[in-house]
Write a new protein. Structure first.
Length: 173
């Protein structure tokens, strides 16, 4: 996984809960408290999952709560500094979601070892999109949180529902 994901999580935890909570989570994940993640670096998936588990434990929150907080922070704070153009070129949440697979391809084309999730789309009706998540990481809860963050960014009252380990449903107003 690219380090930018973990860097965003680090910023979120330090900003909202303090540096000690982040360092304790690193330690509980079997890493040095002083571990530094470089945004363009590669981080072993299992290491990231251990850090996420440790963050949940240290903050006494569920994985779904962590995923929602991460999704909101990633979309509305962290990624705006690096990838803001992808949000401004799309005028609605629906446009953004339908562009997401393409965004991942463009962003990672020149990144060595990048394995971003991929998405297929299915329309249930004109206001209900089913997104099929294709990734070996099994982080569907994070897609739910990110989707909620996208709705907040575009100021749209969307409803996001996890339908299983590989798909979510997004209802547009």
């Amino acid at each position: 996984m690219k380090g930018t994901i973990v860097k965003s999580l680090e910023e979120l935890v330090i900003t909202k809960f303090g540096k000690d909570k982040w360092e304790k989570s690193l330690e509980d994940a079997g890493l040095e408290r002083s571990t530094i993640f470089l945004p363009v670096g590669d981080v072993d998936d299992s290491q990231v999952l251990k850090v996420i588990e440790a963050v949940c434990k240290n903050l006494n929150i569920s994985l779904a709560q962590a995923a929602d907080a991460f999704g909101d922070y990633w979309v509305n704070v962290y990624s705006q500094k690096l990838y803001g153009l992808y949000y401004t070129k799309n005028k609605t949440a629906k446009d953004f979601f339908l562009d997401l697979d393409n965004i991942h391809l463009k962003m990672t084309k020149t990144m060595a070892n990048a394995k971003p999730p991929r998405f297929d789309y299915e329309w249930k009706d004109d206001k209900t999109l089913i997104m099929h998540y294709k990734s070996h990481r099994g982080l569907i809860d994070f897609l739910v949180g990110l989707a909620k963050g996208v709705g907040k960014f575009y100021k749209e009252d969307i409803k996001v529902t996890k339908l299983g380990p590989t798909k979510i449903q997004i209802n547009f107003p």
